[in-house]
Design a protein around this ligand. Structure first.
Ligand SMILES: NC(=O)c1ccc[n+]([C@@H]2O[C@H](COP(=O)([O-])OP(=O)(O)OC[C@H]3O[C@@H](n4cnc5c(N)ncnc54)[C@H](O)[C@@H]3O)[C@@H](O)[C@H]2O)c1
Ligand SMILES: [Zn+2]
Length: 382
C-alpha cells in the first residue's frame, strides 16, 4: 500500500504549567519590537500581563493590540493587520482563542499591497514575513497547530478557511494557567470543538497513519479530561491535558481534515453567529450517528483506545461511542435546539443550500452527504 500525506507543524512546542516563561528565551537577542494580539475578554481576565512581562524581560518593547473581534470578518482582520504593519513589530504573539490566533497568523504573512481578501481569493498567495508565537487561552480550535485562518464574509453570510502552510505558527506555548479561569460554558464549547476535530479527522477520507496517531491521542486525553477540566478550576493538570489534546487535534487537521460536522457548522456561524464550538458540539452526535454504518471500524478502534471495556462486536463498540458522546454533550449542558439561537424551520432551505456548498469538508466524510441528509441533520436540531 502506498501512503502519501504532507504536513507542516510548529517547530517549537513548550508545554506544561509555567511554560510561559520560555517567552523570554524565545525573544532574547532576536527581536526589539513585538506585537501581542488579544481580545477584550482575555485582556480583562488579566491573561496578557505575564506574557508581556516575559517579553519585556527578554529585552523587547511591546505593543498590545487588545481588541481583536470574536470570529472576525475579513474586513476586521484586515484592519488589525494594517495596524500590525504600521507598528513595525518584528514578531507577533497571540494570547487568545482561535479568533485571536487566526488573525495573528494572517499578520505573520501580511505585507503592504496584499489584502486579507486577496488571501481568501488566492489562499496560497501569502508568504511568511514575521515569525509567530501562539499562546492559546481556550483548549479548542487547535489553530496553534494548523495552516488555517478562518474569517467571516458577512455579505455572503459565510465563513471561509484560508489554508496555506505559510500560516503555520513557529512556536506554541501550552500553559494550563492560561485556561484556569475560562468560564465553564466557553471551556465546554471549545473542548467539544477539539473533540470534533479529533473524531472527524480519525473518520475522515483524508485520515492516514500520521494523523491517526494525533487524533487518537487527542481522543484519549479528551475523554479522560474534558468534564474535569471544564468543572474543576483547581485541576490544572487536566487543563494542561486539554490544551495538549486541542493542539494534537490541530495537528490531526493539518494532516487529515474535518468532515460533515464542521461543514454543516459553517453556515450556523456565518449567518446566525452561533459560536464555532457550540455549533460543532450540537452537530457532533447527529452527524456521528449518521456516519455510524460507514465508520464501525474507526469507532471500534476509538472504543478500544479510550474505553477498554468488554464489548466484542464493532456495532456494540460504536454504540458505546455514540452514547458516550451524547452523555458528554448533556453533562456539559450544550444546547440541543437551534431555536435558542433564533433559528427555525423557515431557515432550513438556506441552511441546506449553504451547508452543501462546503464541499471542501463534505468530501472528506466517509458516508456521502446528500442535500436530503443535510436537511434531516439540521432538522434533528429543530
Ligand atoms: N484556524 C483553525 O484551524 C481554526 C479551527 C477551528 C476554529 N477556528 C476559528 O476560531 C474561532 C473560535 O475560537 P475559540 O473557540 O477559541 O473562541 P474565541 O477565540 O472566539 O473566544 C471566545 C470567547 O472566549 C473568551 N476567552 C477566551 N479565552 C478566555 C480565557 N482564558 N478566559 C476568559 N475568557 C476567554 C474570548 O474573550 C471570547 O469572548 C472561530 O472564528 C473559528 O472559526 C479556527
Ligand atoms: Zn473547529
Amino acid at each position: 500500500m502506498n501512503i502519501s500525506f504532507s504536513v507542516k507543524i510548529p517547530q517549537n512546542i513548550r508545554y506544561g504549567t509555567g511554560s510561559l516563561r520560555f517567552l523570554e528565551e524565545e525573544v532574547k537577542g532576536r527581536y526589539k519590537k513585538v506585537a501581542v494580539f488579544t481580545d477584550s475578554g482575555v485582556h480583562k481576565a488579566g491573561l496578557t500581563e505575564e506574557p508581556v512581562r516575559w517579553l519585556k524581560e527578554g529585552g523587547c518593547s511591546v505593543e498590545v493590540i487588545k481588541d481583536i473581534p470574536a470570529e472576525p470578518t475579513c474586513r476586521q482582520a484586515q484592519d488589525v493587520v494594517e495596524r500590525f504593519l504600521e507598528s513595525g513589530a518584528e514578531l507577533v504573539v497571540a494570547v487568545g482563542g482561535g479568533s485571536v490566533m487566526d488573525v495573528a497568523k494572517l499578520a505573520s504573512i501580511a505585507v503592504q499591497g496584499e489584502k486579507v481578501s486577496d488571501y481568501v481569493e488566492q489562499p496560497l498567495l501569502g508568504r511568511k514575513r514575521v515569525k509567530s508565537i501562539m499562546i492559546p487561552t481556550t483548549a479548542g480550535t487547535g489553530s496553534e497547530a494548523t495552516p488555517n485562518s478562518i474569517v467571516a464574509l458577512p455579505e455572503q453570510e459565510l465563513k471561509v478557511g484560508i489554508v496555506n502552510s505559510e500560516l503555520v505558527a513557529d512556536t506554541v506555548i501550552l500553559d494550563g494557567n492560561m485556561i484556569r479561569e475560562l468560564p465553564e460554558g466557553i471551556a465546554a464549547a471549545t473542548g467539544m470543538d477539539a473533540l470534533s476535530h479529533a473524531l472527524e479527522c480519525y473518520t475522515s477520507n483524508k485520515a492516514n497513519t500520521f494523523s491517526n496517531l494525533f487524533a487518537l491521542e487527542a481522543l484519549k486525553l479528551i475523554f479522560g479530561n474534558i468534564i474535569e477540566a471544564c468543572r474543576n478550576r483547581e485541576n490544572i493538570e487536566s487543563k494542561n491535558k486539554m490544551l495538549l489534546a486541542a493542539f494534537y487535534g490541530g495537528v490531526a487537521i493539518a494532516a487529515s481534515g474535518t468532515t460533515a460536522v464542521h461543514a454543516l457548522s459553517y453556515p450556523l456561524g456565518g449567518k446566525y453567529h452561533i459560536a464555532h464550538g457550540i455549533s460543532n458540539a450540537m452537530l457532533l452526535v447527529p452527524v456521528m450517528r449518521f456516519n455510524r454504518a460507514a465508520c464501525h471500524k474507526e469507532f471500534a478502534e476509538i472504543y478500544d483506545a479510550v474505553c477498554h471495556g468488554n464489548a466484542r462486536k464493532e456495532e456494540e463498540k460504536s454504540e458505546w461511542l455514540i452514547s458516550e458522546l451524547s452523555g458528554i454533550v448533556k453533562t456539559l449542558k450544550i444546547p440541543d435546539k437551534l431555536e435558542v439561537f433564533g433559528v427555525g424551520k423557515e431557515d432550513l432551505d438556506q441552511l441546506v443550500e449553504a451547508g452543501m456548498k462546503v464541499t471542501r469538508l463534505l468530501q472528506n466524510n466517509k458516508k456521502a452527504v446528500t442535500a436530503e441528509d443535510t436537511r434531516r441533520l439540521y432538522l434533528e436540531l429543530m
